[in-house]
Design a protein around this ligand. Sequence first.
Ligand SMILES: [Zn+2]
Ligand SMILES: [Zn+2]
Length: 424
Amino acid sequence: MRNGNNNGDEFKVLNDEEADQAVSYSRYLSPLVSNGRDFLLTPTGTQVKVSDLEGKVIGIYFSANWYPPCQNFTPVLVDTYEQLKSNNIGSGFEIIFVSSDEDLDAFNKYHASMPWLAIPFSDLETKRSLNQRFDVEGIPCLTILQPSNNNKDDDAILHDGVELVYRYGVEAFPFTKERLAELEQKEREKHEKQTLTNLLTNQDRDFLLGQPMAKQVPINSLISKTVGLYFSAQWCLPCVKFTPKLISIYQKIKQMLVGKGGEDFEIVFVSSDRDQISFDSYFSTMPWLSLPFGDPAIKNLAKHFDIRGIPSLVILGPDGKTVTKQGRNLINLYQQNAYPFTEARVELLEKQMDEEAKKLPRNEYHEGHRHELTLVSEGTGGGPFICCDCDEQGSGWAYQCIECGYEVHPKCVRAVNPGPTVDR
Ligand SMILES: [Zn+2]
Ligand SMILES: [Zn+2]
């Protein structure tokens, strides 16, 4: 009997021939082989001996083609992998795909989009035991094994490879604790040095585009204002839906600040539009400033602020330091009251919201849903959600139908009487 929990002991149950193979590679590679299989597959189906991986840092990639977060992450990982391979350092790295695809066909198609190896789809037992061995709770998951550690110390196995690749890309290699401590230190220094000017200028540009007709506005004119960096694009539907809301709140904040002794707010559009024409047409709807289309600062900002999806609104304080990357969420929750987006402001708003929520009915019927909804908060089954009414993010208080997974902002509820026909 094999047990699913791979460790060095299991080799005593292998036959002689297998035992010979078993000694030909280090212990850290042993979870990758199974009884009778000592190879992995390339995307074209060629076999590669597990022993060929000796001495490499191994990323075990748990993923499935049908799941959107995996679909989003795989190209990012491919890009990182290929950059590493084009450098010499990449020869010390390999990734092994462990599939949760529905069938062989789906696996083959998905594996074809990856330049690395895979556990054969049919080896259910190894796939199951890898999931158990590395406590995989959700996908995508990238677990990193170090050859030097040889799985002696479970603490040295990194489980948050996905997060690290998103955050640092190739810089994360070789994924050791020491490397990560170095990167965190660098990150801290970078944010300490952050100013509005070094974020927004480049060598030959010290201006932004303003309205009307994309006139040039000096970046210096933004110094000591609260500034929102709005990452958005016209091809992105949630962006196109969010922009009018942001415009209306921007105008309300500007109005609120009239006569407030120099305190001011501005937004800068950071475009990921695909061509000048869509940029021009999208920017012409916005009342604020913009970086020029395709400016090199755009990529740097996205990387600097670790932007994973759009729309996204990063808020900088009057000193040019980051106040919050949750601008979009705060606008959705608190509208113009979110200004100036500081921790103190958000704490106050949360308290107010808790007070107000106490006065709300525990249960409510909402026009958009046939079942009774229950008021929940972070502590009572709530948490971050997407509002089924306005399609925007929410957190904290919500009205929820737990069976349907239906959640709405309290402000989005249009209360209706259940009426006598409703089945309670
Ligand atoms: Zn809503
Ligand atoms: Zn329901």
